[in-house]
Ligand binder design. Sequence first.
Ligand code: NAD
Ligand code: ISE
Length: 334
Amino acid sequence: MAIKVGVIGTGNIGTDHVTRLASQVVGSKVVAVFDVDTARAERVGAGVGAVTRATALEVIEDPVVDAVVIASPGDLHAEQVLACIAAGKPVLCEKPLATTTADCLKVVEAEVSSGRRLIQVGFMRRYDPGYKVVKDAIDNGTIGEALLAHMVHRNAVVPDSFTSSMAMTDSVIHEIDTTRWLFGQEIVRTTVVATKPSPLAAAHLRDPQIVLLELAGGGVVTVEVFVNCQYGYDVRCEVVGSAGVVALETPGANALIRDGRRIETVPADWRVRFGATYLAELQEWISGLLAGAVAGPSTWDGYAATAVAESAVASLESGAPVPVGLVERPGLYT
Ligand code: NAD
Ligand code: ISE
């Protein structure tokens, strides 16, 4: 038995998901794809024996499709996820769930009305072995009581179209989800501080930036986001507890040790750093569907992360701390 998957968006990550679902994930088959770039969709689809559909809705409503992966640009996610809920199909939706809290709430409402979980949001770090060690150290009390954390999110370069607010909505949104997941608490306030800009970043971009995330329980998390660091992809996380510290540093792909020196390689980008993590995420999603369950980061997690990112964008604009206001959490997500 295989889950027959339809994929919407065959760009960078959509293509990677298609390849993994077709050749590495056990129990899945890619049967249909769609992208507004028809040539690209046809190329990617043909590579795995999937048909190319003329619209996203045709993929979603295709009776052969059991489940859908959404890897289109973020501002299209809400509409496409809502169509999946209407069709009763489970979805793995890439982050963000939607680009505004208003749109996220429409999805929350629709899923709650459907009476069951259908959506998993692509916060893949929860499937990363390194992050899992950090989570276990907190949950098992190995570092005592978790008090605060320091996180780093560095990309080598970004295209000119990348904006200062995208650093929050596109990049830091991963640290926002990681923080909520690690601490098991909501983030109640954000503050964004600009620092001296890199001369190598685009003139319109505030880069790097420091973000302060305040937790409901009083803890604080700092995030350095620097999307033009030049040297590679560097994601770190250090949680400070009352009895110790647990740290996740960039895993070096290889280390060369000689002549009194240790030289490590740094991953080039997120595809390299998190390659195995995306595979684990997809495998758990498919295995869950085969067992009749949808788990993983929920619609609520997607909504809460977007709400925090929105508050960070407001803080970036005003320079002041901005509270995060969340609606009451529906029972479906407790
Ligand atoms: P991309 O630009 O490479 O790909 C997006 C694709 O969507 C393009 O091929 C584009 O033609 C297509 N598209 C545009 N309009 C469409 C429509 N109406 N219907 C269907 N497809 C449409 O972008 P990407 O880097 O692959 O990012 C896609 C999504 O994945 C974003 O939401 C992004 O935030 C997310 N992402 C997540 C991670 C992660 O680490 N989890 C990494 C990269 C991207
Ligand atoms: C990208 O969309 C991702 O999600 C990557 O994981 C992140 O590192 C990058 O900053 C984003 O632009």
